[in-house]
Design a protein around this ligand. Structure first.
Ligand SMILES: [Zn+2]
Length: 117
C-alpha cells in the first residue's frame, strides 16, 4: 500500500520537528500527481503513529492541483488528471511546475498554539 510508506515518511518528519512534544495536528501539502487517497492516508497514518508522539494527531491534507507549462506554446495548464496535455494547443510536451509535492507544511504541538516556541 502506497499510502503506508507516505504516512511513515510524514511521521518521521513530524517526529523530528516535534522535539519530544506531543503532536496534535499535521498539515501536509500533497500534489495531485501523488495520487494519494486521503482516507487511506489517514488510516495508514493512524497505524504508523500508534505509540508515538503523533498518535491521535489530525492529518490535514492541502491538495495542490497539478500544473504544467507547455514547451510548444508556452501556455500554463492546470491538470485534472491524465493525460497531461496543454489546454492551449493540445501538446503533450509540458513541463510540470506543480503537482508532485509531498511535504509537511505545519505542525501543531501540544501547548504551542501557533506551532512556534
Ligand atoms: Zn501548448
Amino acid at each position: 500500500m502506497h499510502e503506508l510508506s507516505i504516512a511513515d515518511a510524514l511521521l518521521q518528519i513530524a517526529l523530528t520537528h516535534a522535539d519530544g512534544r506531543r503532536i496534535e495536528r499535521i498539515e501536509v501539502k500533497v500534489g495531485h500527481l501523488r495520487q494519494v487517497v486521503p482516507d487511506a492516508l489517514a488510516f495508514a497514518f493512524a497505524l504508523v503513529s500508534e505509540g508515538t508522539l503523533a498518535e491521535g494527531a489530525t492529518l490535514e491534507l492541502d491538495h495542490i492541483p497539478a500544473a504544467g507549462t507547455c514547451r510548444a506554446c508556452g501556455a500554463t495548464t492546470e491538470f485534472d488528471g491524465f493525460p497531461l496535455a496543454c489546454a492551449g494547443c493540445g501538446s503533450l510536451d509540458v513541463e510540470l511546475v506543480r503537482g508532485e509535492e509531498l511535504l509537511v507544511d505545519a505542525l501543531t504541538m501540544e501547548g504551542v498554539a501557533s506551532g512556534r516556541r
